[in-house]
Design a protein around this ligand. Structure first.
Ligand code: MN
Length: 489
């Protein structure tokens, strides 16, 4: 249960999201950026190791992807931006500084829209999106020593900074989720939080209602799950209020989230901008982009998730909930539309298709721990159309169709072929079913007595027994009619 701030306090939250850019090579040299699973320090170069005399060269693809991201987040892409050096006194960046952007970022002044569970929407401002390089990774060994792996050092990173427009932990989570959805949708980020490809820092301050100046800002660093963002902020808001209530002051500091203890933990007093001693990077000229180049990036953008969700509701008459689920990921949205096109040929409606994808498709993806993108491979859209057709024609009933969906998902078989091979065709012939109805009635005297005593719902059980006796092949409507006729006689 998330406890909200007491109403006599105002909460102000801003997010800083670091997102790795999915490029082949690193930000400032040709060294491979694909380090997952590689032995430590096998993806390094003179540039990513920060050796004296090594010169950085900007990765053009990283700039394209970052500009595309800025446009998708409704930002202005600036025609003139500047790389800066930021002092960084930790060993995971061996140069002793990080190349980043400071007063002239690549993108500025955007927004994302979040939708609250109540259905209302809110716009959260995006102050800026800038480019920088990722750090290496420190591995702290049990014996107290620390090891450094520089494979990640120099991987392109976008830092996306929201405006302090967020007022609850839930809105913070929704904002983080929305930004992830968009970045993955446009193909610039893997969205993998566990592997650190997307990380969130949250700034939070509280102040008594009526106080105009903001309270001190506390930054919670490196939160790597949506749930933790919400939990860490809820805890931190309560902690700050308790300090203020007791007459204390909140120092500006950096804290971490300890999931095991369920609390934030002080790490260091927060640096101020002047501590970083920013200055323009002398080895990289200012980045100048033409308006034609920016227009080309805009032209590359696909239809974005919010627009697609709205179109699904309007064109396919889906409920907002269904449209939402079908546009969580672009691969699912593409798959759904391909299946709608395939099903149209056999008279299937978009709602039929949505039901199959959302109920059976999503269930199986989850049970088999498959990423959503695999659905098109596991269950070709033509097979969904075939199942819809077989049910509509009365060849098989819904229960058999569900079993076939699962089997086809696992084996890749064609449902029409399975039906033909196994004689699964639905039995709608009364002559064939009447004997089964009599057997079921004879075998269940108690239920029959209940039915005759006025409990008409008891017939459902008898229909179920007939389905079982026919391995699911009986037409349930015919079975029910036969039972009613037999019992009435
Ligand atoms: Mn940063």
């Amino acid at each position: 249960m998330i406890r909200e701030a007491m109403p006599e306090y105002l909460t102000t939250i801003g997010l800083e999201i670091h997102a790795q850019v999915r490029t082949v090579s690193k930000m400032f040299d040709g060294c491979s950026a694909d380090y997952a699973g590689s032995p430590p320090n096998s993806r390094v170069s003179v540039v990513s190791l920060g050796l004296p005399g090594a010169l950085p060269v900007v990765n053009a693809r990283a700039i394209e992807y970052a500009a595309r991201s800025g446009l998708a987040l409704n930002c202005t892409v600036n025609t003139h931006s500047v790389f800066s050096r930021k002092s960084y006194p930790y060993p995971d960046l061996p140069k002793g500084f990080q190349i980043t952007q400071y007063d002239e970022p690549l993108c500025s002044d955007g927004w994302v829209e979040i939708r609250l569970p109540s259905g209302t929407t809110r716009r959260i401002g995006i102050e800026r999106l800038h480019i920088e390089e990722d750090t290496g990774r420190l591995v702290h060994a049990d014996d107290g020593s620390s090891l450094i792996d520089y494979n990640r050092s120099g991987v392109p990173l976008m830092e996306i900074v929201s405006r302090p427009d967020i007022s609850t932990p839930e809105e913070a989570r929704l904002t983080f989720e929305k930004i992830r959805q968009i970045l993955v949708w446009i193909g610039v980020n893997s969205g993998n939080l566990e592997e650190g490809a997307l990380r969130c820092d949250a700034n939070v301050s509280v102040r008594p209602l009526g106080q105009t100046s903001h309270g001190s800002k506390v930054e919670i660093k490196n939160i790597n799950s949506f749930r933790f963002v919400e939990r860490a902020l809820a805890f931190e808001i309560q902690r700050q209020i308790a300090v203020l209530e007791a007459g204390g002051v909140i120092p500006q500091e950096t804290r971490g989230w300890d999931e095991v203890r369920g609390e934030t933990v002080g790490q260091r007093s927060k640096e101020f901008a002047h501590d970083y001693r920013y200055f323009p990077e002398p080895d990289i000229p200012p980045l100048v982009l033409s308006s034609e180049w920016i227009a080309a990036r805009r032209a590359e953008l696909p239809e974005l998730p919010d627009a697609r969700r709205a179109r699904f509701e309007a064109v396919y008459m889906l409920s907002p909930q269904d449209a939402d689920l079908l546009t969580l990921e672009r691969a699912i949205a593409d798959y759904f539309e391909a299946a709608v096109a395939a099903a149209q040929g056999v008279g299937g409606t978009p709602k039929d298709v949505a039901n199959w994808v959302l109920n059976e498709g999503f269930r199986l993806l989850k049970e088999r721990s498959e990423p959503a993108g695999r659905i098109a491979e596991r269950m070709p859209v033509a097979h969904i159309a075939t199942l819809i057709d077989l049910v509509a024609k009365g060849s098989i009933n819904r229960g058999v169709a569900k079993q076939l969906f699962e089997e086809c998902f696992d084996s890749g078989a064609d449902p029409a072929q399975l039906v033909a091979e196994r004689g699964l065709t639905q039995i709608s012939d009364s002559d064939a079913l009447v004997a089964v109805a009599r057997e079921v009635i004879a075998a269940n005297p108690k239920v029959v007595a209940e039915y005759r005593g006025g409990k008409t719902s008891a017939i459902q059980f008898l229909v179920g027994q007939m389905m079982r006796a026919t391995r699911g092949q009986a037409n349930p409507q015919v079975a029910r009619a036969l039972l009613e006729a037999e019992l009435g006689a």
